[in-house]
Design a protein around this ligand. Sequence first.
Ligand code: ADP
Length: 315
Amino acid sequence: MNHAPLSVHALSKRYAGVSVVEDLSFTLEKGDCFGLLGPNGAGKTTVMKLCLGLTAPDAGEITLAGYRIPEAAQAAHASVGVVPQFDNLDPDFTVSENLRVFGRYFGLSRQAMTARMDSLLQFSNLETKRDTRINALSGGMKRRLTLARALVNDPDILFLDEPTTGLDPQARHLIWERLKTLRSNGKTLLLTTHFMDEAERLCDRIMIVDGGRKIAEGSPRELIARHIEAQVIEIYDATGTSEALEAFVCAARAQSGMEGARMEKSGETLFFYVHDAAARQLLALLTQRPTLRYAHRAANLEDVFIRLTGRELRD
Ligand code: ADP
């Protein structure tokens, strides 16, 4: 394979005259895990649908597994696996029947599917659930089965739309391990997620979109270094008003010579963004007020995301 698994150039899409994807370009090389992040309504699912040929673009070019999309979407699908946002397993069938039905969809013979079944069940930790019906599975098991189903045709590239939404930490960690294994086996992953820790752990490159437009792109480390101060102090006062807290913190900030440092308020919590050890001076002042609760931590991708897309709710 000498073509990029996915290449998108100047992609645009409008719905009812409203632009939902605007001039997006990106390329996934073999083995990449590329994260598409953005608040609700940013256009992530639409980008996935466009890449899969499920909806036609108004402008731009897409090549998936060497095929032009949407024209040759069907041929491209042989090399593609999809984990949709919502599980759409067939509730009337068992675990193994769900996999078999999908195998038939990809033209796999009964023998080929039987040969593949054990490794798929093993990969998804569902060996003991082979004959279990879907409605008897936990959310984590359903997600793992959906992932196994996406692998039936041994695809080169996987599209994962919020693969761990709704899962408990144990189930999320297991999915992450499986996705890392897939990556180290040379699979290419395109992932959307609202969990910034997930994106930070799994993705080697991230594009943040808002209103259909790219607002930032880079590795998690690059994005943090480029867009945010290195350290964050979150401060909360369990007893006083948030105004009193803000006045105290502003005074402490001035006292430690950091008037210019960025501060944000979210509900009752103050977020204080600092570049270096100057934080230590502020922390020393904060300890003088015993009712204060604070957390001092390294800046992360969520801080970048909030900085670039704002704190207002997107429904
Ligand atoms: P995200 O996945 O980032 O939440 P979507 O791609 O689902 O965003 O949606 C982007 C925008 O496009 C939203 O404003 C949404 O309402 C709109 N949209 C998505 N699909 C359709 C459609 N089939 N018809 C009209 N508008 C749509």
